[in-house]
Design a protein around this ligand. Structure first.
Ligand code: HEC
Length: 153
């Protein structure tokens, strides 16, 4: 009896240990890069897409989970560094690193025919996963980084 309990306890600790390790590996493979976010992803939220309002128009100070900061310095044009950092934290919480298809930020505004959500009040901002902006956000989710300045020519 005692022995069986011990065996269960050991099995549980092994499972917990394995799960913790798996999470570490994932995080290391696809960490979310702030510089890439700031220069490539965030501008998408400010750009008007044909036939649609800008993400920022509805999502600044929104009452849903995708709540972007108010632009205090350059109103409606750009976020300050501090505001972008907060947006980064928020956007990061809406994605699954390494898995664009499990990322709310990407699936919500995607057309249902392409696998996205039927319910987005902000419309089908991305018709397919081949949309250039969709791909940019997906690359960020997959761990894309900006090249260090020295490598740019
Ligand atoms: C016309 C207004 C509007 C625009 C433009 C818009 N959205 Fe939305 N979005 C909403 C509303 C309202 C919701 C709340 C849920 C709903 O009603 O769909 C929402 C929900 C979301 C959610 C889910 C948040 C949650 O609660 O989990 C995400 C992610 C999102 N939008 C991303 C975007 C992105 C990215 C863009 C731009 C490419 C965008 N939205 C453009 C109105 C908009």
């Amino acid at each position: 009896m005692k022995c069986a309990r011990l065996a269960v306890a050991i099995a549980v600790s092994i499972a917990v240990f394995a799960a913790a390790n798996a999470t570490n590996v994932l995080a290391a493979d696809a960490s979310l890069d702030y510089d890439y976010y700031k220069s490539r992803v965030e501008p998408i939220f400010l750009t008007r897409r044909p036939g649609h309002a800008r993400c920022a128009t509805c999502h600044v100070d929104a009452n849903n989970a995708f709540k972007l900061q108010k632009m205090s310095v350059k109103k409606d044009v750009a976020w300050s560094e501090e505001e972008s950092r907060k947006n980064f934290t928020l956007a990061s919480s809406l994605v699954t690193p390494g898995n664009p298809d499990k990322s709310h930020l990407l699936m919500y505004p995607l057309a249902p025919e392409a696998g996205g959500s039927t319910y987005h009040s902000g419309g089908r901002q991305f018709d397919t996963k081949n949309d250039a902006d969709w791909k940019t956000i997906a690359a960020w989710v997959n761990g894309a980084k900006l090249k260090p300045a020295a490598e740019k020519k």
